[in-house]
Design a protein around this ligand. Structure first.
Ligand SMILES: Cc1cc2nc3c(=O)[nH]c(=O)nc-3n(C[C@H](O)[C@H](O)[C@H](O)COP(=O)(O)O)c2cc1C
Length: 228
């Protein structure tokens, strides 16, 4: 790397703009509901309607016993009174970290509308029946991927050919047996004790609204504004 390349890279970054879909929505926190879930569902629906690509993808942050955070993208399967649902292998890095420390955090970024949502709490594993039902309700390709990754996700792969062979066998099995279960696949529910909504504003007077409740408490939420 030379100085010119460094400067060109910095100039590229400075010149980049966030792609809003048009005028940003106005968020009046005084009209926000008492609990975070209805607002989340509304913002997710609005993100989908605004043409946000993959509005149901989210960043999941975990940290195991070594306290070193790691993040990755996962799909949201549901959000209900219990919490935010996602599926993965319990033997993966994230699965192992959650077994050591269930505290986790999710982040959504809906760029077209200048919105961000952060959800934090404890991720608890749903039972085997619910996990299997969740997987059955997804696409044959998702089942094949779960079968192929069972017990292997996040492990070192010897060669790409090995992966191709495993996927061929998994697709064949998923086609033959749509009720097949992937033994390490689990549905997790992140039981939120904090949910924060962020709405960008054109002059950077962004609105941040945080909902909080004591961990494990199922009752009322405290709401407060935060400096952006
Ligand atoms: C758009 C997108 C969606 C993904 N959805 C999932 C998912 O729902 N579950 C999953 O286990 N991995 C999903 N992945 C892969 C993860 O990001 C990650 O690479 C994998 O789960 C291994 O993570 P880990 O080693 O940190 O445990 C997705 C990746 C992308 C790019």
């Amino acid at each position: 790397m030379n100085d010119d390349e460094d400067e060109a890279f910095r100039a590229l970054l400075r010149g980049l703009r966030v792609a809003h879909a048009g005028d940003l929505p106005v968020f009046d926190p005084a009209t926000a509901p008492d609990a975070p879930l209805p607002l989340f569902r509304r913002w997710l629906r609005e993100a989908a309607e605004a043409g946000e690509p993959g509005p149901h993808t989210m960043t999941l942050a975990t940290a195991g016993a070594d306290r070193r955070p790691s993040q990755r993208t996962v799909m949201l399967h549901d959000a209900d009174e219990r919490g935010w649902h996602f599926g993965t292998h319990r033997t993966s890095r994230k699965g192992r970290e959650l077994a050591e420390n269930p505290h986790a955090s999710l982040a959504f970024h809906w760029m077209r509308e200048g919105r961000q949502v952060r959800v934090s709490g404890r991720a608890v594993e749903a039972g085997p029946e619910e996990s299997a039902a969740d997987l059955r309700g997804r696409s044959p390709a998702a089942l094949a991927a779960a079968l192929a990754g069972s017990g292997r996700q996040s492990e070192v792969l010897g060669s790409y050919e090995e992966l191709l062979r495993a996927f061929d066998a998994a697709y064949e099995r998923a086609g033959r047996d749509p009720d097949a279960t992937a033994s390490t696949w689990a549905l997790y529910v992140l039981e939120a004790d904090e949910v924060e909504y962020y709405q960008e504003e054109a002059r950077r007077r962004h609105v941040r609204l945080r909902y909080r409740r004591a961990p494990g408490e199922r009752g009322g939420w405290q709401r407060e504004l935060l400096w952006p």
